[in-house]
Design a protein around this ligand. Structure first.
Ligand code: C2E
Ligand code: MG
Ligand code: MG
Ligand code: MG
Length: 286
């Protein structure tokens, strides 16, 4: 990294050198700090799983809950997943964290079912390493069995960047499909996956990235991208979830486009397990 700093310094002249080395030091420092505390976080019980509602556009009912991990570190405070998940991924800690997420998601779904709430699917975000881990299938089977959940209670989210190795991605996805799980492509539209391959992937749902959904009310280009993805998905027998629905107007437009599912702050922020149960009992029981 010293070489990198020197290269930048050469390009920018001497004044910039101190600026860049300081910035790089700070970044590296923060990274190492996160890594150090992340190693202990699981055993110290510092993670909590939150849930965000996924709503059926036609019925307005909650049909799913996306699991979103939260880390409350006594030393670093609340660290957002976008900051620590990539580090967990690089250090292989993601395998244990990811398995904890699967257990916790299934445990909560079973709890909600026992409380007599109408059944929902919990969705879990997989990281690349988890997706390509040989033990994933076995782990999921065990978790479903021990949690006492049926296969339709759990859904998996992957991203386009995880499918660069097309052959391996297809065979892994087929294995998960054999288990009876539903699979969604997250952040759709932001990656580099080719549409030619998309039809080869056994994927059930596309989650349109929030960057397209936000401003759908005011930006005709976004609106036409969203509408196009919805009709493409329909032709490919896939369902669409719009992420980042923040306003009544966005919701109205998505209804007009007949988008299957919606998710976003307009319906609910991510909530802890108890709050999620409360929300479901308000929205899903007449
Ligand atoms: P994601 O899977 O695309 O999750 C959606 C993110 O958008 C969440 O951020 C959610 O809180 C946020 N969001 C939802 N609705 C709205 C909205 O209406 N407006 C805005 N501005 N934001 C909204 P969060 O929880 O910070 O998670 C960020 C990312 O971290 C996730 O993106 C996912 O890629 C990753 N992540 C979260 N939990 C896990 C996990 O358990 N495992 C793995 N591997 N990754 C996770
Ligand atoms: Mg997701
Ligand atoms: Mg997303
Ligand atoms: Mg994301």
């Amino acid at each position: 990294y010293a070489d990198f700093a020197t290269d930048i310094a050469k390009e920018n002249g001497r004044d910039q050198f101190h600026f860049y080395t300081a910035a790089l030091h700070e970044r590296l420092d923060q990274r190492l700090k996160i890594e150090k505390h992340l190693r202990k976080a699981l055993e110290r019980n510092e993670f909590e799983l939150f849930f965000q509602a996924i709503v059926d556009t036609r019925t307005d009912r909650i049909v799913g809950m996306e699991s979103l991990i939260r880390w409350n570190s006594p030393d670093l405070g609340r660290v957002p997943p976008n900051q620590f998940i990539p580090i967990a991924e690089e250090t292989n800690l993601i395998l244990d964290i990811g398995e904890w997420v699967l257990w916790e998601a299934c445990r909560w779904n079973k709890t909600w079912q026992k409380q007599g709430l109408p059944p929902v699917t919990v969705t879990v975000n997989l990281s690349s390493r988890q997706f390509y881990d040989h033990k994933l299938k076995e782990t999921i089977v065990r978790i479903l069995e021990i949690s006492g959940l049926t296969k339709d209670s759990l859904e998996i989210e992957i991203t386009e960047s995880m499918t660069m190795d097309v052959g391996r991605a297809i065979s892994t996805l087929k294995e998960l499909k054999q288990l009876g799980l539903q699979i969604a492509m997250d952040d759709f539209g932001t990656g580099y996956s080719s549409l030619a391959y998309l039809k080869e992937f056994p994927i059930d749902k596309l989650k349109i990235d929030q960057s397209f959904v936000k401003g759908i009310e005011t930006n005709p280009i976004n609106a036409s991208i969203v509408n196009t993805i919805i009709s493409m998905a329909r032709n490919m027998r896939m369902k669409v979830i719009a992420e980042g629905v923040e306003t009544e107007e966005a919701q109205r437009i998505l209804k007009e486009y007949d988008c299957h599912y919606m998710q976003g702050y307009y319906f609910s922020r991510p909530l802890c397990g108890e709050e999620a149960a409360q929300l479901m009992s308000i929205r899903n029981i007449d």
